[in-house]
Design a protein around this ligand. Sequence first.
Ligand SMILES: [Zn+2]
Length: 410
Amino acid sequence: MTPHTLFLIILTIYIADFVFGRYLSWLNIRSSKNPIPAELSGIYDSERYHKQQQYFRANSRFGMTVSSFSFVVIMAMLLFGGFASINDIVQSWSLSAVWTSIAFLGILYIANDLIELPFDIYDTFVIEQRFGFNKTTAGTFVLDRLKGYLLTAIIGGALLYAVIYIYNAIPQYFWILAWAVVSVFGLFMSVFYSDIIVPIFNKQKPLADGELRRSIEQFADRVGFSLKNIYTIDGSKRSTKANAYFSGMFGKKRIVLYDTLIEKLSTEEIVAVLAHEIGHYKHRHTMKSMVISLLSNLLLFWLLGIVLGNDIFARALGCTSASFHINILVFGILYSPISTVLGVSMNVLSRKFEYQADGFAKQYGYGAALVSALGRLSSDSLSNLTPHRLVVFTEYSHPTLYQRIKELNK
Ligand SMILES: [Zn+2]
């Protein structure tokens, strides 16, 4: 294969990826106008439904603008040799191989971040604000951003350094060693996420005394889950939207309820949501997802190992010889069809897990309360009740509200 043929393949994959994304979005916009199924008729009154349709359209337009803009930028970079030019500049600094790659990827990270920044500001302070969701102050926004940069520089930088160092020092065992380093790091982060990352952005507290705590305690006792692993978090600092999640593994399991969730739902509904989260824990969903992601990363690193040392991938982008940073860029695009297939498979599995967690809540008599909790949360976040089937199949990590309610009411 010539570098030129490879370049055409890269372009084709990148364009196809964009077109597919736009096609899904178009299907979803068409489908959003469908009538709401009878089972969901009580979720919205007509005024709120009108608001939901406006919110959906605002988000669709916004998504279209963002993805088209970044598509045009990347296409221009590919067609006019932009990546090769940045590479020439960085190479002229005569840094070590490891630092050359870190500098190149750092420049792309910063450029990408600067391009995204106005869009993020618009999303938070215009769209979310207009529909009454935003609680983020300018101060919180700036601080979040700065903390994010610092974390990326420290954690991302260290990990990147390790991976590039391995590549330059022991290229023949790169894929397996880099995979091992990334896996150990991933496991560590997944176990200590709530202890290390969350406190940088939010305050977590054990459940306060009162009726809610007593009801939760009763339920937790019944199913053998320790109450000391249940926390509340100040989600209201950024948005009115409510949430709950399960995180951690081994001795560090934790269920976190947003303060906004506690505010919006009745005690019984909150216990139902908690039952769903405990369902994830009982079915060992975090552990199962972790094993699958370790295996899929193994495939990724093995393929990356093949691409990394090969000059043709660098020449396709107009560079003279292979380097970690140029080849990983090409790899990123070539891998995207595989990544899409793996992502869809993960979503299929994740939706299965959600049904199992719902089933757990139902088994303990919280089916009806979960139905009403899910309905209330959907209406509250103005969620789309009639997504297109193909969008659900490819992009949804959770079944739709309609599917979940139908299953819970069985
Ligand atoms: Zn869930």
